[in-house]
Design a protein around this ligand. Sequence first.
Ligand code: FAD
Length: 284
Amino acid sequence: MTQKLILSCEFFPPKTEKGIAILQQVRKDLAVLRPEFYSVTFGAGGSTQDNTLNAVIDIQQAQAETGIDATPHLSCVGSTADAIRAHLQTFQDNDIHRIVALRGDLPSGMRDPGDFRYANELIDFIRQETGDHFHIEVACYPEVHPQADNATVDFANFKRKVDAGANSAITQYFYNIDAYTVFVDCCQNNGIDIPIVPGIMPINNYAQLARFSDACGAEIPRWLRKQLEAYGENNADDMQAFVTEFLTYFCQQLIDAGAPGLHFYTMNRTDPTLTICKNLGLVT
Ligand code: FAD
């Protein structure tokens, strides 16, 4: 029997009334995908953390009607055990049962890493403080985390998170199917059987994505870069059509390779996530 594909969507926390209204509409539009959860990113170091909580509470308040779980990201770098404990309590008070637990990156200018050095320590802490209350999602890196010396070391560090109690993992985005299948094989060979859900990054702004990819260690293959560069700034519609077609094909390859789900980094946009899912026959 084929397993149901788990879909999920990621948003960043809006800062303005206009951004809040846009996100509410995007959430409504994407609800036809019947995603398992909507997650909201979390800025390490402070300033946008209230926006994350507000967005998450908004999603959770609609949960009874939509069936979509609200899932805050929580990063520990630069934070204290007391601050993390307070976040966990707030989530529990708001009936939130799922978290994406991360180390995060220390914002420039901030030097003190705080009470937690790595995500596995955060997961240990969450389990100690809250037992099995939360379903814990973690990050993983089929193309290797940029700070890791090599794939073996990075994989061993990923395994620490699983051993500490992670329930499932979402990958950093990638555009190379082999990176995913090799990573999943490595999990199987090392007794890791939690779902490894590929993170899908729709491409809206190529220049921005290229800068971000350099920093986070995600590779945009040469053939894809050259295609995207050829559209330039004045062919946004043609580029979107190309990206949608490519990502539909890429997601189908991932599904055929046995991916248990797809996690869309939506950038608070309905498309191309919705069109890709329609093309894949995932909208009933
Ligand atoms: P870790 O798992 O701690 O790994 C970080 C590095 O340390 C790796 O190189 C690893 O190999 C190494 N390492 C891990 N454990 C140990 C150990 N015990 N000893 C020695 N070395 C170790 N960032 C945000 O700020 N906010 C977000 O909301 C956010 N959401 C994300 C969602 C997803 C799905 C993904 C893939 C990334 C997200 N990020 C977010 C980015 C993430 O915070 C960065 O990639 C960060 O650099 C690493 O976080 P991590 O939880 O993977 O760290």
